[in-house]
Design a protein around this ligand. Sequence first.
Ligand code: 8YV
Length: 324
Amino acid sequence: MPSVLVTREIFPETLQRLAGHFEVTPNEGDQTWAPGALARSLAGHEGVLVAGGERIDAALLDANPQLKAVCNMAVGYNNIDVAACTARGVLVTNTPDVLTETTADFGFALMMATARRIAEGEHYLRAGKWTRWSYNLLTGSDVHGATLGILGMGRIGQGIARRGALGFGMQVIYHNRSRLPADQEASIQARYVSKEELLREADHLVLVLPYSPASHHAIGAAELALMKPTATLTNIARGGIVDDAALAEALKQGTIAAAGLDVFEGEPSVHPGLLEVPNVVLTPHIASATVRTRRAMADLAADNLIAALTGGRAPTPVNPEVMA
Ligand code: 8YV
């Protein structure tokens, strides 16, 4: 029986299912991995279910030449050196589609919470500061009818665009590495613009692009300076796409009005400047976190692992050339 490691605590049902095919080493007690510990613990395992974004790099692969499959329980796979895996014949899989609508719901919710100052309102009330009605208490900016800017127009970006255009009458503009075909643009009523126009025109800018060296600090001080002082920025993509220090400063100076962040550079640590400013809604990387979606992600990661190591075809490969 092949043997596999699961990097984080996951649904017991998923572990049971895997145990029908493999010798399974779970992460008992959901321990975090010290540097180098994962590479050592992978000794003897042919597969790994990467549940918490753990880093799989060339050094880890070199230390584990027996490894055949790396199955990420996430759609994003910037934690995995895919080229190094491919060069060594290691299959990489991810969990696309099953989380698209849930993540788009969350992106929209975080954008709304940011625009309408919902978290600030809750803190204000809990702190006992609410003593009277006031015409300008926590006034935010409208979402309906506003211009929604989307940077990155994959499946989740399109889900957010659809919500904005069809549900809230927003004008949707987007920028992406490649432009969508005209019929797809029409179906989500989105207009392609340059990155500069996106930054200048958006009332609410949502980041939904994958992280790569090319998208590192795609939003920094210069980009924030182009945005409207009334604009909001929402990041549900990856930390590292935003320069968090520059964003904290921009929020402090009023360069933009507010931000909603589900992902951070160096998470779970959060830049102290972001913790100090009131005009930011902070959530702990939970955009895909509904029970149904997390189950679907775990099921799909398990489907991939089982297929990869038992002679089947993995349903959602990242480097399908390895299966040829
Ligand atoms: C994961 C995510 O839960 O799918 C992604 O890319 O960001 C989340 O849904 C997270 O990456 C942990 O694996």
